[in-house]
Design a protein around this ligand. Structure first.
Ligand code: NDP
Length: 312
């Protein structure tokens, strides 16, 4: 049987690329910059493989008349216009659940890092500053108040971890989670006012753009910390830069940014910020599980079976 032809829109994890090549005829968007080169293969492309960070331009979908499916390697699919795809009968899949533990682990690791100043302490020792005297004191985590913006799969996994630290947990979502005992707040600003740490873990996209704005940061206040493991777009980055610069909040720990992989120099220069390169799901174990699931979705589609994890 002929292998189906698929388009990879941005760089994917090499072992995943190997399994794609074993199952499909793979075209790489980066090698089709010339519009004629893309036009030559476009009529044969039946699926797109994207990552959580891919931004699929509407124009690209229009160029692919035979497109049947988009498989996203990641749980967040904010770079895909799902409504436009659906209108054309194109199905979309993602990789939920298999990365939940890793993202929750990194969320807690970032919270601990900014509160206990672990990267700063590491730098302090490496720079030979310890003999000059002790580091400044840090912020206690156990027993502190944690506000979670987005109590879905990952937000709930973060809450379970935070419970082990004796943290008092509260949350905000658009719809109250049925049967959940944590206090629910109607919006991020009201939640921020009541907590020491604000953890952001909603989807990205238009609906959450700038959700964490200057008002929310002001409510979090000079003793509050922001942790963002969701998407850069969810936080108003200029407002965050201002809050960091003028002590409007105590600090921020960020895995995601507005214009990745570019991180504002002011964030990198601040003693009160911890930054990581969008790596919340980046472990061997989870990347393997994500690759299996993303490939499984493609295989299910091309063998006429229901998708394993279609985007709802
Ligand atoms: P879920 O769909 O399970 O949870 C999303 C949660 O966000 C729900 O509780 C939802 O509740 C809430 N939410 C959505 N919109 C809003 C809003 N406007 N205000 C408040 N809450 C809102 O998703 P997951 O937990 O599996 O994943 C969440 C996100 O994490 C992904 O979409 C992705 O963006 C990000 N992520 C980041 C990674 C990284 O590498 N840093 C890796 C993996 C995921 P409700 O609908 O009731 O509002």
């Amino acid at each position: 049987m002929n292998k189906a032809e698929i388009l990879i829109v941005n760089k994917v994890w090499p072992p995943y690329m190997d399994s794609l090549r074993a199952n499909f005829v793979v075209h790489e968007r980066t090698q089709l910059e010339d519009p004629q080169a893309l036009a030559a293969v476009a009529p044969r492309i039946r699926a797109i493989t994207a990552t959580g960070e891919s931004k699929l331009a509407a124009g690209l979908l229009e160029q692919l008349p035979a497109l049947e499916m988009i498989s996203v390697f990641g749980v967040g699919y904010d770079g895909v216009d799902v409504a436009a795809a659906r209108a054309r009968g194109i199905t979309v899949s993602n990789t939920p659940d298999v990365l939940t533990d890793d993202v929750a682990d990194l969320g807690m690791a970032l919270l601990l890092s900014i509160a206990r100043r672990i990267p700063q302490a590491d730098q302090f020792v490496r720079a030979g500053r310890w003999p000059e005297g002790p580091m400044a004191l840090a912020r206690k985590v156990s027993g502190a108040r944690l506000g979670i913006v987005g109590l879905g799969r990952i937000g709930s996994a973060i809450a379970r971890r935070a419970e082990a630290f004796g943290m008092a947990i509260a949350y905000t979502t658009r719809t109250r989670v049925a049967g959940c005992a944590y206090p629910h707040y109607p919006n991020a600003e009201a939640l921020a006012r009541e907590v020491d740490f604000l953890m952001v873990i909603t989807p990205g996209g238009a609906a959450t753009r700038g959700l964490i704005d200057a008002k929310v940061l002001a409510a979090l206040g000079p003793k509050g910390y922001l942790i963002n493991v969701a998407r850069g777009s969810v936080v108003d980055q200029p407002a965050l830069l201002q809050a960091i610069a003028n002590g409007g909040i105590a600090g921020a720990a960020l895995d995601v940014f507005e214009d990745e992989p570019h991180v504002p120099a002011a964030l990198c220069a601040s003693e009160n910020v911890v930054v990581t390169p969008h790596m919340a799901s980046a472990t061997w174990e989870t990347r393997r599980a994500m690759a299996e699931l993303a490939l499984g979705n493609l295989q299910a589609h091309f063998s006429g079976r229901p998708l394993l994890t279609p985007v709802p």
